[in-house]
Design a protein around this ligand. Sequence first.
Ligand code: UDX
Length: 440
Amino acid sequence: MKVTMIGSGYVGLVSGVCFADFGHDVVCVDKDAGKIEALRKGVMPIYEPGLEQLVATNVKAGRLSFSTDVETSVADSDVVFIAVGTPSRRGDGHADLSYVYAAAREIAAHVKGFTLIVTKSTVPVGTGDEVERIIRDTNPEADVAVVSNPEFLREGAAIEDFKRPDRIVIGISDDRAREVMTEVYRPLYLNQAPLLFTERRTSELIKYAANAFLAMKITFINEVADLCEKVGANVQEVSRGIGLDGRIGAKFLHAGPGYGGSCFPKDTLALAKTAQDHDSPLRLIETTISINDNRKRAMGRKVIAAVGGEVRGKKIAVLGLTFKPNTDDMRDSPAISIIRTLQDGGANVVGYDPEGMENATTVIDDIVYAKDAYAAADGADALVIVTEWNQFRALDMARLKKIMANPILVDLRNIYRHDEIVRHGFHYTSIGRPDLAEKT
Ligand code: UDX
């Protein structure tokens, strides 16, 4: 089938190249001519494992191309996906739908023949109805069906998640859409990925409810971690013990410095606002949001406590700046709050991240960037692991002990165990695991 993907960011580019890899003819469109130019040269606008190779393969096979021209792409397409950004609106936290609506107007002006318009961006309940109205107002002759098809891609694992989804959710209001969408997803459907057809508003809410639930689950284990520190229990063992219950599940039970990223923070806020607007507040999600915001700041205070309560004039090395490993994305990363808290306390911060340092310069001021973990740790009064990149999982403790001014390690991702660190003469602090000698 001929597919246009409007928006070539984290969602649009990954979705577009995966659809091309299924055998569809895909044009990824973006207003940003620089981004399109770079993509045509094989330069990726985002870091996503495997993306560069997959794009090259599909461009070479003639199934994938890049354009700034909505008109031609839309006129030729059977399906047009809207995968533009829906950031939190300044000030009130609602989703900013201006890019979605602008895309709907552009599409409406150029559709030819029966065309599916599919919102893949995360959009509040009822957006599909509004897109339908915009298209009808812009071009009463347009023969379209507006479909909701939210994505559940995790950054750093997006291609894997696209190709092996737990489910594909499709919200339709026109039966003609069912046949076309089944064709679009045929390669996955044949691999038994459940295709869940539902009505459009339900599909839109499924996306928000999924993200909000995952954010709440993480926040739950983060609070349990704080209790563990008080009662002398081990949160990793609690996670394992409850996660073995099939009704709970082991995933998303890793205690840490709080969730970040481009989705959980904005989607929990948008859902809470939608619920408030409809006089049915989601108090669990409202509480999740405030707990998570407070936690990120509390982590900075945890580091200050680990250094003895005073960081003025001290050098603190921070390993990991991105909100999670295997991405370059700094959006709402806990590192931002943690570093700001340390700087407010007068610390001099050195940061290192395998992929995120370029983006970090746009959100973090006055820190020194190091070329690797050991350069960051050189002369440091404390070493803080904020993001669990694999390359931080086997640091040479003897070498760190030699080069650091003070042997203090604060492990906010529980990468290490207490006994294996103290053996090297370090003071070790982690999350939800009291500084007791680890039970074997
Ligand atoms: C999330 C959803 O997982 C995905 O389905 C949706 O499409 C987009 O939002 P993403 O934000 O890319 O994906 O990352 P994810 O792996 O979900 O992690 C989100 C945040 O939660 C990160 O800050 C991560 O560090 C944190 N997290 C995750 C934890 O603190 N503990 C966990 O156990 C899991």
